[in-house]
Design a protein around this ligand. Structure first.
Ligand SMILES: CC(C)(COP(=O)(O)OP(=O)(O)OC[C@H]1O[C@@H](n2cnc3c(N)ncnc32)[C@H](O)[C@@H]1OP(=O)(O)O)[C@@H](O)C(=O)NCCC(=O)NCCS
Length: 190
């Protein structure tokens, strides 16, 4: 993230640019089998570092990307919440995807939803995005629940095979959730 990139605050989170000190705890998350349960593979330290490099490059190119998430109370880095432009082609691309990955000890407290709500506001109000999507494997019930809590909606006819996952792989099938700006505005003007 560039120095000028916006910090986003919530009640319990600071969403900010990445720091060199985030890389070690992020690499620990990316080799935790529970955190990576719904991804094809655990990441090595180098692969985890390359992901941070890609996050920073996305910021440079687009002015948004994955925000590092820090707890207000302890200033601990706990993962990321992101707005991201996927590189693969599918029926619903080009698009902006909202996503999240937190260290397991911070799950179940509403933090992903809290961070994502703030990024939806940023995406719709500041970036003026017409729509935000999210996708995951159907078995990632925690992530699906976050999408539902954000009032994103799924049409099963839009379920898709992720082009980056090999044919026949158990993680190939994905569900797609969408939220358009008009619906978000209607929900947030009440
Ligand atoms: C997905 C993830 C970010 C959720 O973070 P979180 O901070 O725990 O999310 P929240 O607390 O905001 O919401 C989680 C919801 O899932 C629910 N949940 C937890 N386990 C569940 C399960 N086994 N089945 C169904 N729902 C479940 C929680 O009860 C909560 O819903 P509620 O508020 O209605 O009770 C976190 O689990 C994570 O980092 N997972 C690994 C990375 C990942 O899979 N990222 C998504 C890739 S698409």
């Amino acid at each position: 993230m560039t120095d000028g990139a916006p910090k986003v605050g919530t009640e319990r989170l600071i969403l900010r640019k990445w720091r060199a000190s985030d890389r070690a705890p992020f690499a620990r998350m990316n080799c935790d089998p529970l955190v990576m349960e719904h991804f094809p593979a655990l990441l090595s330290q180098e692969e985890s570092g390359a992901l941070v490099d890609r996050a920073e490059a996305h910021w440079e190119q687009h002015g948004f990307g994955p925000w590092a998430a820090e707890l207000c109370e302890s200033h601990e880095f706990i993962g990321y919440v992101s707005l991201f432009i996927p590189q693969f082609e599918a029926a619903f691309t080009p698009c902006v995807e909202i996503g999240w990955r937190l260290a397991r000890e911070h799950w179940g407290k509403g933090l992903a939803t809290e961070g994502a709500r703030a990024l939806l506001r940023h995406g719709f109000e500041i970036l003026k995005l017409p729509e935000v999507v999210s996708f995951t494997v159907p078995g990632n019930l925690r992530s699906v629940r976050v999408m539902e809590k954000l009032c994103m909606s799924r049409n099963p006819i839009e379920d898709f095979d992720h082009p980056s996952i090999p044919e026949g792989h158990p993680l190939q099938r994905h569900v797609l959730y969408r939220l358009i700006r008009e619906d978000w505005k209607a929900m947030n003007s009440r």
